[in-house]
Design a protein around this ligand. Sequence first.
Ligand code: SF4
Ligand code: SF4
Length: 147
Amino acid sequence: MTSKNILLIFKSNIMYKPVIYRLARDFELVFNILEAKILPRKEGRILLELRGSKDVIAEGIRFLEQNRVVVEPLSDKVWREEEKCVNCGACTGLCPTDALSIKRPEMTVLFDVEKCVACGMCGVVCPFGAMRDITLFDPFAEDRSNN
Ligand code: SF4
Ligand code: SF4
């Protein structure tokens, strides 16, 4: 038994599909909703902890993606806000575990959450605030600042 934290982003056209219920029913995964918000006719965001075997969690995530849910993996503590990352590479030199690395020749920055030890160095160096401490993470801050 292992656990994995993920962020689910639902666009409005799929928001009311019972996909999380099916994670429990079809895959027998245990889930814990850490935070959730639904914006009517816009999108929903749910921070979810999944528990089960590694393979079944992977199957459950595939099922979500097949149902057009955007799934972003989170380490226990650190999360990359993909929309803010410009792939500048500044964080890769400081990451002690190579959790952040440059993919060549595309020159995009990969984040391998399995390697992350939550040292926090990337959060200090990222000029765009893309690397976030999940314990301080507010997935809906942007929505509030737009209101
Ligand atoms: S928190 Fe530390 S280990 Fe994790 S990605 Fe950032 S620099 Fe790498
Ligand atoms: S420093 Fe920030 S913007 Fe640059 S690659 Fe790393 S996470 Fe992305």
